[in-house]
Design a protein around this ligand. Structure first.
Ligand code: SF4
Length: 336
């Protein structure tokens, strides 16, 4: 179970430049501070409002998340202002943890010490790729070494580390992407987010796309690549907590091209379960029943029942009783 997350949006603050694919106002949509800068008072007000909302008891506590910019790229004074606004809530036991997002090249001993002082426990790094050429074409402005050093330093300092990765960046290939996933997995972050690159109105990528210098991934390709990346992280027992951009009307209206889908993560899980089921059915000579977790029924079926239809077309469901059982562990299949 995830904690109650109180989002504090700091769009592009602390960023030294715009990465070619990025427009945080659009990507993160609805969690904005009504265009007011996040000040000490404003952050306190937002936290108080969230805490007053009626909610179910959440055993995983309450987390304040500063995201949408490069937190440790802010001046020390701004960082202490923002983090300090959460201190009293932590002392009163109303907030349990703080999460920040930042760039790998803005992590060093000094920034880590400041985050520790203010009880930040989770740091998400926009790694995006571990290929030097892809980073350069994406105008990231940092190196592969920065990412590797940042993950190591944060882990050694006791932080939980999240790695944000993208597929379909300019200059990327399947080989480079899989190498990135394996290298990131070897760094052992605590969790990963996978975002397919979409062309957003007003971004540098839109210009590249319109000039014919960038071709986005198709939706099926982005799903297949994300599926392969997730499989790598699953092998290392690293949680993939999100696949696909947070859907919103604002985002949907500003996607110029690329593999945007509001249920992208479900489509990836659906493909993974389809492949697992196909393999399990093919591994037995005679199958009487196929059991899938009841909670996975829609993922198993896929959009418009496509996965089931494909299995049937292969003749793998002939004479097979399909069972959706509550007790079957999620994301698993049992063939008898
Ligand atoms: S991707 Fe991250 S570092 Fe780049 S512009 Fe967006 S928020 Fe800033």
């Amino acid at each position: 179970m995830t904690p109650l997350v109180i989002p504090i949006f700091i769009a592009h603050q602390g960023c030294p430049q715009r990465c070619i694919f990025c427009d945080q106002d659009t990507i993160t949509g609805n969690a904005r501070l009504d265009d007011e800068p996040a000040t000490f008072g404003k952050v306190k007000e937002i936290i108080e409002q969230w805490l007053k909302r009626p909610r179910r008891e959440n055993k995983n506590g309450v987390q304040v998340a500063f995201y949408g910019g490069s937190f440790t790229g802010l001046s020390r004074q701004r960082q202490t202002e923002l983090l300090g606004s959460v201190t009293s809530f932590i002392e009163d036991g109303e907030v349990d943890s703080i999460r920040i997002s930042t760039r790998p090249d803005y992590i060093d001993e000094a920034s880590v010490a400041l985050l520790k002082e203010y009880s930040v426990s989770i740091v998400e790094l926009g790694i995006q790729s571990l290929d030097a050429g892809v980073l350069e074409e994406s105008v990231r402005g940092h190196s592969v070494q920065h990412s590797e050093d940042a993950v190591r330093l944060l882990r050694e300092s006791g932080f939980k580390v999240g790695a944000q990765l993208m597929c379909g960046l300019p200059g990327d290939t399947t080989l480079k992407l899989m190498a990135t996933a394996k290298r990131v997995a070897a760094l052992r972050p605590d969790f990963v987010r996978i975002y397919p690159t979409v062309v957003i109105k007003g971004s540098g990528l839109e210009k590249m796309y319109r000039n014919g210098n960038y071709r986005p991934l198709s939706l099926p390709m982005a799903i297949a690549l994300s599926c392969r990346m997730k499989t790598i992280f699953d092998c290392y027992n690293i949680k993939v907590v999100r696949m696909g951009l947070q859907p919103s009307e604002e985002l949907a209206g500003k996607v110029v091209a690329g593999p945007y889908h509001p249920a992208f993560g479900e489509l990836v899980l659906s493909r993974m379960l389809y492949k697992k089921t196909r393999k399990a059915l093919r591994s037995k000579i005679q199958v009487k029943s196929l059991t899938v977790a009841a909670a996975d029924e829609s993922i198993f079926r896929g959009p418009d029942n496509v996965s089931r239809k494909k299995l049937a077309a292969l003749g793998l469901l002939d004479g097979v009783e399909l069972v959706f059982a509550k007790e079957q562990p999620r994301n698993s299949v049992l063939v008898c």
